[in-house]
Ligand binder design. Structure first.
Ligand code: GLU
Length: 446
């Protein structure tokens, strides 16, 4: 394989799909060396097939807002790769959603799911619907209209969507209600991230953030460090940021910053249970601002227009959106003494930011490894649904912990360098790739 050749072909076929092209390039650059040691992959054209989604479904979603006006959005489901299991991945509602974004996310999901050790293929879906400022009734009508088109393409053994940015338990509930009515199928395993009374798994809401901290703990341990007393800056105040802040606090670290589109909260005293609960209230308000946190808690201050990366910290955890941490942010963090960055958002750091962290020799791990606890626990939710039972929180948490340790081990196995340090980007990409590639090879030219 020649990465430049594959990339120039893709750029020609999919011009302007920047996030998708960025995600593919990162993976191909990491796997090039290993790939070229396997002529059977080259012969089977594994890379050429793997970079294209199996299929893309797009549809119009029309709904009526509270003032009676008709609104139209675009809906998508990108079924990327089914080599190791049924399609699996979240649904994102955000005004910036487009095909490039969902193709990047579906591609990443394929490798992430492979890392979880569970049999799940990769997919992603969503809409350019903007939940900000929408009423509960509008959210419900939109979710119903979205499912009216999507339902025929999903199923417990076909494609299992879940939440992502802009889609949480409430939206999953509204979508499942409509699915059930249309499909006349009552198997709750068709979606994950469900409510606890109808097939949801304990720990699923916390899983992405908890898993990220379990991974970070392993990463620190391998480097002879620990989390106790370390300062952490987190971007975002959604479900993932909340889970990460909760577990980080429980493990003895101090979360000194959270942020939103409006600015950053500097929180030098760290989190309390009340503050963690308030993060959820902020998110539920649908206003997408973090400033009220500083009105509620007098020891915290709000700085408008600044990112979490402007706060001096030991560990940075991007938990919001792709490319949210750029080269200038990376330099600011490094100048402030940050020595560990674990991407919790999908592709949270730009390639230039990653290069800066790697050149500085600090610990860095990519989203597809760090945030895989979310989809892994979705996989555990599917298992519970298929068995018609539910496990205790302790049991799910234990399994999540074990899966994160396995993911860390896989990264070490493929990412260990001559000097004993770990290149987690390389490790995660190669480990995920090898599993999917082997499955594709065994299943023939399809
Ligand atoms: N959206 C989450 C992710 O990026 C979770 C997906 C799932 O649970 O299927 O992995």
């Amino acid at each position: 394989m020649n990465v430049s050749k594959v990339m120039s072909d893709l750029e020609r076929k999919h011009p302007g799909e920047n996030e998708y092209l960025q995600a593919v390039r990162e993976v191909l650059e990491s796997i090039e060396e290993v790939y070229n040691q396997h002529p059977e992959f080259e012969k089977a054209k594994i890379v050429e097939r793997m970079v294209e989604p199996d299929r893309v479904i797009t549809f119009r979603v029309t709904w009526v807002d509270d003032s009676g006006e008709i609104q139209t959005n675009i809906g998508y489901r990108v079924q990327f790769n089914s080599a190791i299991g049924p399609y699996k991945g979240g649904i994102r509602f955000h005004n910036a959603v487009n095909l490039s974004m969902l193709k990047f996310l579906g591609f990443e999901q394929t490798f992430k799911n492979a890392l979880t050790t569970l049999p799940m293929g990769g997919a992603k879906g969503g809409s350019d619907f903007n939940p900000k400022g929408k009423s509960n009734a509008e959210i419900m009508r939109f979710c119903q209209a979205f499912m009216l088109e999507l339902w025929q393409n999903i199923g417990p053994d076909t494609d299992v969507p879940a939440g992502d940015v802009g889609v949480g338990g409430r939206e999953i509930g509204y979508m499942y209600g409509m699915y059930k009515k249309l499909a006349r199928e009552y198997n709750t395993g068709v979606l994950t991230g469900k409510g606890m009374t109808w097939g949801g798994s304990l720990i699923r809401p916390e899983a992405t953030g908890f898993g990220a901290l379990y991974f970070t703990e392993h990463m620190l341990q391998k480097a002879g460090k620990d989390l106790k007393g370390k300062t952490i800056a987190i971007s975002g105040f959604g479900n993932v940021a909340w889970g990460a802040a909760t577990k980080a606090t429980e493990l003895g670290a101090k979360v000194i910053a959270i942020s939103g589109p409006d600015g950053v909260i500097y929180n030098p005293e760290g989190m309390t249970q009340e503050k963690l609960d308030y993060m959820l209230e902020l998110r539920a308000s649908n206003r997408d601002i973090v400033a009220p946190f500083a009105e509620e808690f007098k020891d915290a201050t709000f700085v408008a227009g600044k990112k979490a990366w402007s706060i001096k910290c030991d560990i940075a955890l991007p938990c919001a959106f792709q490319n949210e941490l750029n080269e200038a942010d990376a330099k600011e963090l490094l100048a402030g003494g940050t020595w560990c960055v674990a991407e919790v958002s999908n592709m949270g750091c730009t390639p230039e930011a990653i290069a800066a962290f790697q050149a500085a020799g600090i610990l860095f791990a990519p989203g597809k490894a760090v945030n895989a606890g979310g989809v892994a626990t979705s996989g555990l939710e599917m298992t519970q649904n298929a068995q018609h039972l539910s496990w205790s929180a302790e049991e799910v948490d234990k399994k999540l912990h074990y899966i994160m340790s396995q993911i860390h081990e896989a990264c070490v196995c493929y990412g260990e360098q001559a000097d004993g340090t770990i290149n987690y980007v390389k490790g995660a990409n190669i480990a995920g790739f090898m599993k999917v590639a082997q499955a594709m090879l065994e299943q023939g030219a399809i």
